[in-house]
Every structure is written in C-alpha cells, then in structure tokens.
Design a protein around this ligand. Structure first.
Ligand SMILES: *[C@@H]1O[C@H](CO)[C@@H](O)[C@H](O)[C@H]1NC(C)=O
Ligand SMILES: *[C@@H]1O[C@H](CO)[C@@H](O)[C@H](O)[C@H]1NC(C)=O
Ligand SMILES: *[C@@H]1O[C@H](CO)[C@@H](O)[C@H](O)[C@H]1NC(C)=O
Ligand SMILES: *[C@@H]1O[C@H](CO)[C@@H](O)[C@H](O)[C@H]1NC(C)=O
Ligand SMILES: *[C@@H]1O[C@H](CO)[C@@H](O)[C@H](O)[C@H]1NC(C)=O
Length: 308
C-alpha cells in the first residue's frame, strides 16, 4: 500500500476519531495521582523505551543511556532479548519485532517490555486486515460468561502469538521459578503496549500466582468492549498512560473498539511536581480524561513524567 493512500486513510480516521466521543460521563470519576505511582510509572516508561532506539547489545550489556537511568548496578540486571522477524504488509516488508525480558534484582521485579513504534501502528492501521476483530478464546472458566463476544485486533494478536510461540514464554517461566518472590510487570509503548496487554493476560491465565502489573504508554485499542471488560475483570493492576492528546490511544475508533480501565491522563507533561499534571481516571475510555481534548500525533512519544 503506498504512502499517499496510507496518509489519506489516516487523515480520514483522524476526523472520524476526533468527532467520536464516549457517551454519558456520569459513571466516570477521576482522582489525583500519588508520588509513589509517578515514581513507578517513570521507571516503567524507561523500560518501555528500551526497545526503541537503543542497540540490542547495549541493552543486553546494560550500557545504554536509558539502562543507566534505571540503575547503574549492572550486576543486579539480567537481560534476554527476543527478536522475531515478521512480514508486516502485503509487500512482504519484514520488521524485527523485539521484546526484552529483564530481571532487576534491585527492585525485585521481572519486566517484559515490547517494542512499539507509531510507524508500525500506522502500517497496521493502513493494512485493512488490522481492522478485523477476531475471536479471543479465554481459558479461565471463571470468566467464561464473557466467552461469546470477546474480539481482538487480528493484526496485533497475530504478532503477539509469534512471541507466544517463541522462547519468550519458556524464558519467562524459568525466571519466575528462579525469582519466585519477584513482581512480574509487562510494559510497552504504542504497539508495544497492545502486545504487552496480550502477554499480561496470558501470564494471568497460565501463571495465576504471579504478582502481576501492566503498564501501557500511548497504546492503541486492542479489542472490543467485551475484551475491555474482560481485561478489567482479569487484571487488578493496570495503568494505561496517555500523554496529553495522543491520537494513537484512540485508534481504532469507538464504538467497536474500546480501551480498558486504568487510564492515567498526563494533561500537562511539564508541570512540576508531576503529580500536579496527571490524574487517574476510572472506567473504559473516560470522557473526562484524554478523550476530552482534540487528538494529535505530536504527543505520541510523550514525555511521560520526564521520560521520552
Ligand atoms: C466530567 O466533566 C464534566 C464536564 O466538564 C463535569 O461537569 C463533570 O463534573 C466531570 N465529572 C467528573 C467525575 O469529573
Ligand atoms: C556486550 O558487548 C560486547 C562488546 O560490545 C559484545 O561483543 C557482546 O555481544 C555484548 N553482549 C551481548 C549479550 O549482546
Ligand atoms: C547512573 O550514573 C549516571 C552518571 O553518573 C547518573 O547520571 C545517573 O543518575 C545514575 N543512575 C541512577 C539510577 O542513579
Ligand atoms: C531463543 O531461541 C533462539 C533460537 O531459536 C536462540 O538463538 C536464543 O538463544 C533463545 N533465547 C533464549 C533466551 O533462550
Ligand atoms: C509488587 O506488586 C504489588 C501488587 O501487584 C504492588 O503492590 C507492589 O508495590 C509491587 N512491588 C514493587 C517493588 O513494585
């Protein structure tokens, strides 16, 4: 698909999305964000940016700039990169999808971070296949009442399945055995967030004892309203950070695509202290948070609490 046609589709989407808002705001609430939450989200924003422009060997050796901002104690870190080449469009362009599994003995956490760039999301948006919602099967019988209608993005889910069938799962399982008391956190920016959410649900279903949290940054919608409600039911700890008026967080559009709970809206990224520039929002697609402002592409890379 050529660039002009892609740009046209994306512009059309832009207008559709801008004028598609959520319904009634009475069921939604907001609260201030705490210092502790800002500190955690700042750390996970860094983890989520490790996959973008830094060289794999620098991350693996923990010598990259963002690595040092997380910790200088190289001995407390173990990193396993997982790289999967996938054809992203009908012209068979190959993109290396990337994730890292990181053990941080200092903070006692195992982190899985997925690569995501706006370019990759655009490829999927422009590729008609990505608008397909495909059935998502739930293993957990407690949630079987949701079984019928849960649907997710075919494009995003297909990519994540390639990670699932890689050695990411076996590596993760062996780390969890090696460090049984550590928290397990999944993070990702943009497309990486969409992939990370599937990963988090998979861990919840297969390794239910894990102390599990998900941190997504400016991530697109990954499924329908039943999917959002399923995520809400399954995950106790979920933060979905939106920087100002980020457009990608609201594609594909409502009402067929819905974001789950957990929004943290950074309405003023430069406000100090950061707790004064962000709020935590209840519900799916809370209309009083990022949806209340006109969307743009420029906020997509953040910043998130000084990161980005
Ligand atoms: C949501 O926004 C509307 C309009 O700005 C406002 O009247 C309402 O009080 C807000 N609700 C909450 C829970 O903040
Ligand atoms: C660490 O860095 C060295 C030297 O730059 C490189 O040869 C090695 O492959 C790196 N290690 C990993 C795991 O990438
Ligand atoms: C690591 O060291 C660098 C350079 O001395 C410093 O700027 C950075 O803040 C340190 N990182 C942490 C997490 O303390
Ligand atoms: C994952 O598998 C690939 C090849 O299948 C191998 O090169 C790599 O070392 C494995 N990684 C881990 C962490 O086991
Ligand atoms: C570990 O996770 C739990 C909840 O899942 C959270 O309350 C706790 O703060 C986390 N610990 C760290 C060190 O992040």
């Amino acid at each position: 698909m050529n660039k002009q046609f892609k740009a046209l589709i994306i512009s059309l989407l832009f207008f559709f999305i801008a004028y598609t808002t959520a319904a009634d705001s009475s069921e939604f609430s907001t609260r201030p964000i705490t210092d502790a939450e800002v500190n955690i989200l700042e750390r996970f924003a860094r983890y989520s940016f490790l996959t973008n422009d830094q060289s794999i060997s620098e991350v693996a050796n923990w010598t990259c700039d963002t690595c040092k901002e997380i910790t200088n104690d190289t001995k407390s870190i173990i990193v396993k990169p997982v790289k999967i080449p996938i054809s992203v469009d009908k012209n068979s362009n190959i993109v290396d999808f990337l994730a890292y599994i990181i053990v941080n003995k200092q903070t006692k956490e195992i982190v899985i971070t997925f690569r995501g760039t706006a370019d990759l999301v655009n490829d999927y948006i422009a590729d008609i296949g990505s608008f397909n919602l495909v059935k998502y099967s739930v293993k957990n019988p407690q949630s079987s009442r949701f079984n019928k209608d849960i649907r997710v993005s075919e494009g995003f889910f297909t990519v994540w399945q390639r990670f699932q069938s890689s050695n990411l799962t076996s590596t993760l399982t062996s780390f969890m055995k090696g460090f049984p008391s550590f928290n397990v956190s999944v993070t990702g920016h943009s497309l990486g967030g969409a992939l990370g959410l599937f990963q988090t649900l998979d861990i919840k279903q297969n390794l239910p004892k894990a102390k599990l949290c998900f941190y997504g940054f400016n991530m697109p919608r990954g499924g329908n309203e039943y999917f959002a409600n399923y995520v809400n039911e399954e995950l106790d700890c979920i933060y979905r950070v939106v920087s100002k008026a980020d457009l990608i967080s609201r594609v594909p559009p409502r009402p067929f695509w819905v974001q789950p709970k957990g929004e943290v809206w950074i309405f003023d990224p430069h406000k100090q202290p950061y707790t004064k520039g962000a709020i935590v929002c209840s519900g799916n697609d809370n209309p009083n948070c990022s949806l209340s402002v006109y969307p743009n592409f420029f906020d997509h890379l953040g910043p998130f609490f000084g990161v980005g």
